[in-house]
Write a protein that binds this ligand. Structure first.
Ligand code: CMX
Length: 436
């Protein structure tokens, strides 16, 4: 039985009624305005979309269905003896809005297990990719290779009623989430090892531990790190590039595989998900250039200025919405303080936390000088032996599927229309405002 489908189905009629009532009551109210500067400036802070699974506050950071990350850690089901949320529970929370019971999380794990076998054709596609192709490109090709399984595409072709689209969208979300860790692990093993891998133990292990095992990691602390990692990267409200791309592509009724592929293409950009790769590269470069010189705040300050003076961004710092230290950074820092306080690279990350905000503030351009999620994740992975920075964004992608697919199911449940904002030309703006 699909426990999660019933739990979700029970929520949909009330949510539809709620949206209808909100539209009737406030439909003509202004939610936000858009100035000419914002239209040229990436639509920053224009409130022009709804997104139900999570909400980002500029000061406090992300909340998943109203829960902060520490609240998720405290309230969601965990592995025996563990302290981090199980990824299955995060999906349940984001999708249904409720904290699941242990039994519900267990049932969802079984559901994923029943869908986890990769189609042979998809395996053949992945195995045909050059191992030096960027892992994010491989992941996207892998996701597209899963697409022929889409229940949504098949249902649309058959002509099902639009009120049932969400059911097929959920079906695809479950299949994609069930298969994504193995696709990702296969890419890791092929690109950085000999291609052999531990078979999936979906059903016995949770998504975090199973992914870790398939990549070749055995340490239970690494399993915990994977659970934390898959939790904190899952969702960051609707306007970020990956979430918005999934929403946008899905609004054309492209199926969830195609929609998620669009999101992954955006996540692969260095200003978004690829920043985690860039951070580790930069840390290693700094380590090398320091050589035997002692790591001091003064030395690091000079190296940060070098980045700015070269006309580049300091990876892992700044944010389009956040104006304080990212709580996703903070909980990774706490993990490091608990499990690896003496790690040399962690000490560098800590020292950068003391140095970079002052430099960026002195430079005077950024709206937020503080670290984001990507400033920290690499050193944690590296500590446990996952040293291949080129792979890091793939893990972000596996996690981002959890949030963006949960939201996509709601897009179809609420019957959101095709997205089509109006654009204007510079000439139109001049003509429009001339004489005003
Ligand atoms: N280093 C140097 N300059 C930076 C900077 C940084 N970390 N962050 C912002 N700036 C610059 C911008 O490039 C911009 O410069 P220009 O006016 O010359 O174009 C100026 O400061 C103002 O930018 P902002 O309004 O503060 O930031 P944006 O909303 O435009 O961009 C972000 C946000 C994240 C793209 C930007 O801070 C950045 O490039 N950071 C480094 C890359 C990074 O860590 N990305 C990961 C974000 C989290 C994620 O999605 O995974």
């Amino acid at each position: 039985a699909l426990g999660i489908k019933e739990a979700l189905g029970a929520k949909i009629p009330a949510a539809i009624a709620d949206v209808k009532a909100v539209r009737e009551a406030y439909g003509d109210e202004q939610l936000g305005t858009c100035t000419v500067t914002q239209a040229y400036g990436g639509m920053r802070s224009v409130k022009a979309m709804t997104y139900e699974t999570s909400l980002l506050d500029a000061e406090e950071g992300i909340r998943f269905r109203g829960l902060t990350l520490p609240e998720c850690q405290a309230q969601l089901p965990r592995a025996a003896g563990g302290a981090e949320p199980l990824p299955e529970g995060i999906f349940w929370l984001l999708l249904t809005g409720d904290v699941p019971t242990d039994a519900q999380v267990h049932a969802l794990r079984e559901e994923f297990a029943s869908r986890s076998t990769l189609p042979a054709e998809a395996v053949a596609v992945i195995d045909a990719l050059p191992t030096d192709m960027h892992p994010m490109t491989q992941l996207n090709a892998g996701v597209l290779a899963l697409q022929p399984q889409s229940a949504m595409a098949a249902a649309y072709a058959k002509g099902v009623h639009k009120s049932t689209y969400w059911e097929y969208c959920l079906d695809d979300a479950l299949t994609l989430l069930a298969q994504l860790p193995e696709v990702a692990a296969r890419i890791y093993r092929r690109s950085f090892h000999d291609g052999s891998m531990t078979p999936s133990a979906a059903g016995e292990l949770d998504m975090g531990a199973n992914y870790a095992r398939m990549m070749g990691f055995e340490d239970p602390k690494f399993d915990e790190l994977m659970r934390l990692y898959l939790t904190i990267h899952a969702d960051h409200e609707g306007g970020n590039v990956s979430a918005h791309a999934v929403r946008l592509v899905g609004s054309a009724l492209s199926d969830p595989f195609l929609s998620f592929s669009g999101g992954l293409a955006g996540l692969a950009g260095p200003l978004h998900g690829l920043a985690n790769q860039e951070v580790l590269r930069w840390l290693m470069e700094m380590k090398e250039s320091l050589g035997t010189t002692k790591m001091t705040k003064e030395a690091l300050t000079g190296l940060v200025w070098d980045v700015l003076n070269a006309g580049k961004v300091v990876p892992g710092f700044g944010h389009a919405v956040l104006r304080k230290t990212d709580p996703r950074y903070t909980c990774q820092r706490e993990f490091a303080l608990k499990h690896m306080p003496d790690d040399e690279m962690f000490r560098m990350v800590s020292m950068l936390y003391e140095v970079v905000p002052a430099v960026l503030t002195e430079q005077g351009k950024v709206k937020n000088p503080y670290p984001n999620v990507d400033a920290h994740s690499g050193v944690l992975l590296r500590h446990y032996g996952l040293t291949e920075a080129r792979y890091y964004t793939v893990m972000f992608g596996v996690s981002r599927a959890i949030g963006t697919l949960a939201s996509l199911v709601w897009d179809r449940a609420l019957g959101l229309p095709i997205e089509r904002p109006k654009s204007v030309t510079t000439g139109w703006i001049k003509a429009h405002f001339e004489g005003k």
